[in-house]
Design a protein around this ligand. Structure first.
Ligand code: GLV
Ligand code: MN
Ligand code: MN
Length: 408
């Protein structure tokens, strides 16, 4: 079996051109015109495979096996890209999964179980505020009724947006039957520096961190930036700043490098240089591989909000957008990936980023394969993975899919 390096690198180049910002940055928000064009491009590459789309746009590209009644072996990832990000996050798992299927087919291999590439809708939270939208619905972690209540950043409902994009039908139909997948393996860039630093070309992921995201609304009192004296001000942004610093402190003092927290959104109202902020809407992201430690950090955040509220006379509301449990990867799929590394060195490692595999693991034996990315950089335009690493990752993925597809 031979992975076609030119084909995969050309396809990654072409996919990166579907973007709302100039290269090297990529912005591809779910159901935007560039996302729909990118989906059409990928479906156009799938000759000889069957293509099915569900009501939320999850796309299933199936190589029908000799025993189609057996549960399929799945692989896949996402193609949506956060604003001003790079070209490899998710895409390596989608086009790499397709290349693995193509390389296996060209080698004359015929799978016993079907092998299916799954392109998930909206792994990124950019548009609807919640990550892994497609995979949450697939595994029932997000109910159809909760999905129906989601709105995008302009206030349009998920139902309006997906219908306009051509994806209709009830979200109830998205959920996969238990046993749909015999096994699932996702290929992804590491998005961290460890493989590169250690000079190890592959990572087999054994656990995926538990992400939580909270929207915090802080109400104070606005006014003239010059005329209102400092004593007695109720500046909503200064409360937000204290909360962000308290969250940083909670993450840093957990005792583990696996604890991380970020305040990534902070919208100030009215947003004028000479006006005291009267309201702030901030969204924070807190993660850990250990659920108890993650929840201790969330408790510290809540205590900080209470203190800031009392000390500054502010109103503070906290809404939990999601607070997911970590996932342990399936030991058998981990072992198949490890064996498929052959003579290449690999590390067993945890994933601090979340992935659709976090949710797939709730309904199927699942694991992830990592390849290095330059400097560990991700979610930035200079995200980079070398052709050698990409080809090696696809080669290992293909071997693993072939093994899993032969198991009775
Ligand atoms: C996925 O993009 C994540 O934020 O981990
Ligand atoms: Mn991402
Ligand atoms: Mn990703």
């Amino acid at each position: 079996m031979q992975v076609n390096r030119n084909r995969i690198m050309d396809q990654l180049d072409r996919l990166a051109s579907f973007s709302d910002v100039p290269a090297p940055a990529v912005t591809r928000v779910v159901f935007s015109p560039v996302d729909l064009a990118a989906r059409a491009y990928i479906k156009g590459l799938c000759d000889g495979f069957t293509v099915r789309e569900d009501a939320v746009g999850n796309t299933f590209i199936r190589w029908v096996g000799a025993e189609p009644e057996l549960a399929a072996v799945g692989t896949g990832s996402h193609i949506d890209a956060i604003p001003h990000s790079g070209r490899y996050d998710g895409t390596v798992g989608v086009l790499g999964g397709l290349e693995a299927m193509q390389a296996l087919r060209e080698s004359g291999f015929h799978p016993r179980r079907s092998i299916e590439l799954l392109m998930f809708t909206s792994e990124e939270p950019t548009r609807f505020g919640i990550g892994c939208l497609g995979s949450r619905l697939l595994c029932g972690s997000l109910s159809a009724s909760a999905g129906d209540r989601l709105k995008d950043t302009t206030g349009a409902t998920l139902n309006e947006v997906r219908s306009a994009a051509g994806f209709t039908g009830s979200l109830e139909q998205v959920r996969l039957q238990p046993g749909y997948y015999h096994a699932f393996a996702e290929l992804h860039i590491e998005q961290g520096p460890l493989l590169e630093q250690r000079g190890v070309p592959l990572g087999v992921v054994t656990a995926i961190a538990a992400p939580a995201s909270l929207r915090i609304t802080i109400e104070g009192e606005g006014g003239h930036a010059g005329a209102v004296l400092m004593p007695g001000r109720r500046d909503a942004f200064l409360g937000a700043a204290e909360i962000a610093l308290a969250l940083e402190q909670a993450a840093k003092s957990s005792g583990s490098i696996d604890t991380v927290a970020t305040t990534g959104i902070c919208n100030i109202f009215p947003g004028a240089v000479n006006s005291i902020p009267s309201r702030v809407e901030m969204t924070v992201d807190a993660r850990d591989i250990d659920l108890t430690r993650r929840d201790v950090m969330l408790a510290a955040l809540s205590t900080a909000c209470d203190k800031v509220k009392a000390a500054r006379g502010l109103q503070i509301q906290i809404e939990v957008v999601n607070a997911d449990a970590p996932a342990h990867c399936d030991p058998l799929v981990v072992d198949v990936l490890a064996e498929s590394c052959g003579t290449w060195k690999f590390d067993r490692m945890v994933s601090r980023a979340y992935h659709d595999s976090l949710f797939l693991s709730r309904i199927a034996p699942t694991a992830l394969l990592f390849i290095p990315c330059r400097g560990g950089v991700s979610h930035r335009p200079d995200e980079n993975a070398s052709p050698e690493d990409i080809v090696r990752g696809i080669d290992v993925l293909a071997r693993a899919l072939a093994k899993l597809a032969e198991v009775a």
